[in-house]
Design a protein around this ligand. Structure first.
Ligand SMILES: [Mg+2]
Length: 355
C-alpha cells in the first residue's frame, strides 16, 4: 500500500460568542482538513489545527509546509509510521499541526485497511470516555451561569478558564461551585497567565472549592516555577503549553514539575508521538489527559480514540467540535451524551465528510 497524494482544505467558522482565555480572544475557529489518498483506493482524513501562540503555526504556514510533506511522503507505506515521522522530521522542524494532520489521516487509513476502529488499533482498553466542557473567561456571574447550563446538559466535569485577573478568577470559582453544587468535578486552566506567587495563592483558594487540577499556571518555559508551585500546593498541577514533545515530557518528569500531562495532537505532531508521551507519563507516575485546539470532529475523534485506547489516559477535554457541527458535512466518529463520548465502531475514525 502506497501514499499517492495528500490534499487539504481550509475551514473557518465564526463563533457564536468570543472564546476568551489568558493568551488571547478567539472570534472564529479555523482549521485545515487533510485527505491522504492511496493506491488501494482507501482514503484517510486528518486535521491540522494550528494555534499561533502555542505551536507557532498559522493556517497559512501549515498550507506552506503541507506540500513539502506531501512530496517527501509520496510512495511511502501508510503503516510505516516510524519512517514517516522520521521523514517529516527531516523535512521540517516543529510545524506539529501540519504533521498531525497527516499522522491522523494515516491512522484512519490503517483502521480502514484492517477493518478496525481506531480505539482498538491504538490499544483497545475501552470504547467510552468522559470529556469535560470548557467555560471561557467572562464576568464571574456569566461564568457561573454558563457552568450551570453545562451541568443541565449532563456534563460531570468542567474546565474553567482563568489567568487574566486573579481576584476575578477566585470570585468566579466560588460562584461556579455554588451554582453547580458539590458533586461537579472542576478543573481550571490559567494558560500561563499567573506569576508563581499568584498561582500558589489562587490554587490554595481553588483547593477550598474542591478544584482537582490546575493547568499551566505560569509561562511555558518556566519548568522550575511549575516544580516550585507543585511543592507548595495541594491541588494537582498540569502542563499544557510546556509540553509538546516526548523530550519535553522527560524534562517535566525529571523536574517532578507536574502531576498531569495535557497532550494535544496538534502540539505532539500526531498520535504516534502522543503515544510516546503517554508512555513516559505512565512510567513516571504522571496522569495523562488529551486536550484540543479548535478541531472539528476529525481531530476530536482521533484524540478520543487514543484516550479510550490507553488506560493511563484518564481525562479528556475534547469539546471544540461543537463549533463546526454541520460544516463540510462532517459527522460520525463518536456520540456525545451527558458528557460521555462513545466511539464509532466503523473502521478508522468513522468520520463522514464531503471532501
Ligand atoms: Mg490548556
Amino acid at each position: 500500500m502506497k501514499i499517492t497524494n495528500i490534499k487539504w482544505e481550509k475551514l473557518r467558522v465564526e463563533l457564536d460568542k468570543p472564546f476568551v482565555i489568558a493568551i488571547g480572544v478567539a472570534t472564529h475557529a479555523e482549521t485545515m482538513i487533510v485527505k491522504v489518498e492511496t493506491d488501494e483506493g482507501i482514503t484517510g482524513y486528518g486535521e491540522a489545527t494550528p494555534s499561533a501562540a502555542v505551536t507557532g503555526e498559522t493556517i497559512d504556514t501549515a498550507a506552506a509546509v503541507l506540500p513539502l510533506l506531501r512530496d517527501a511522503l509520496a510512495g511511502q507505506n501508510p503503516f510505516s509510521m516510524e519512517s514517516i515521522h522520521k521523514i517529516m522530521a527531516s523535512v521540517v522542524l516543529r510545524n506539529s499541526s501540519a504533521k498531525a494532520g497527516i499522522d491522523i489521516a494515516l491512522y484512519d487509513i490503517m483502521g480502514k485497511r484492517l477493518g478496525m476502529p481506531l480505539y482498538k488499533l491504538l490499544g483497545g482498553h475501552d470504547n467510552k470516555l468522559i470529556t469535560d466542557m470548557t467555560v471561557s473567561i467572562d464576568t464571574p456571574e456569566a461564568m457561573a451561569a454558563e457552568a450551570l447550563a453545562y451541568k443541565q446538559q449532563g456534563f460531570g466535569v468542567l474546565k474553567i478558564k482563568a489567568g487574566i485577573d486573579p481576584e476575578a478568577d477566585m470570585l468566579a470559582m466560588g460562584l461556579i461551585r455554588e451554582a453547580v453544587g458539590p458533586k461537579m468535578r472542576l478543573r481550571a486552566d490559567a494558560n500561563q497567565g499567573w506569576s508563581v506567587n499568584t498561582a500558589i495563592k489562587v490554587m490554595d483558594v481553588y483547593g477550598q472549592y474542591g478544584v482537582e487540577m490546575v493547568e499551566q499556571p505560569v509561562k511555558h518555559w518556566d519548568i522550575d516555577g511549575l516544580a516550585y508551585i507543585r511543592r507548595r500546593t495541594k491541588v494537582a498541577l498540569g502542563a499544557d503549553e510546556s509540553l509538546h514533545t516526548p523530550e519535553d515530557a522527560v524534562k517535566l518528569a525529571k523536574a517532578r514539575a507536574v502531576d498531569v500531562f495535557n497532550i494535544k495532537l496538534m502540539k505532539s505532531g500526531g498520535i504516534y508521538p502522543a503515544q510516546r508521551i503517554n508512555a513516559i507519563g505512565e512510567a513516571a507516575g504522571i496522569g495523562v489527559m488529551l486536550g484540543c485546539m479548535m478541531e472539528t470532529r476529525i481531530g476530536n475523534a482521533a484524540s478520543a480514540a487514543l484516550v479510550a485506547a490507553q488506560k493511563n489516559i484518564t481525562e479528556a477535554d475534547l469539546d471544540s467540535f461543537v463549533h463546526f457541527e454541520g460544516a463540510m458535512g462532517i459527522s460520525g466518529g463518536f456520540d456525545l451524551k451527558n458528557g460521555v463520548m462513545t466511539l464509532s465502531e466503523k473502521p478508522g475514525l468513522g468520520i463522514e465528510i464531503d471532501f
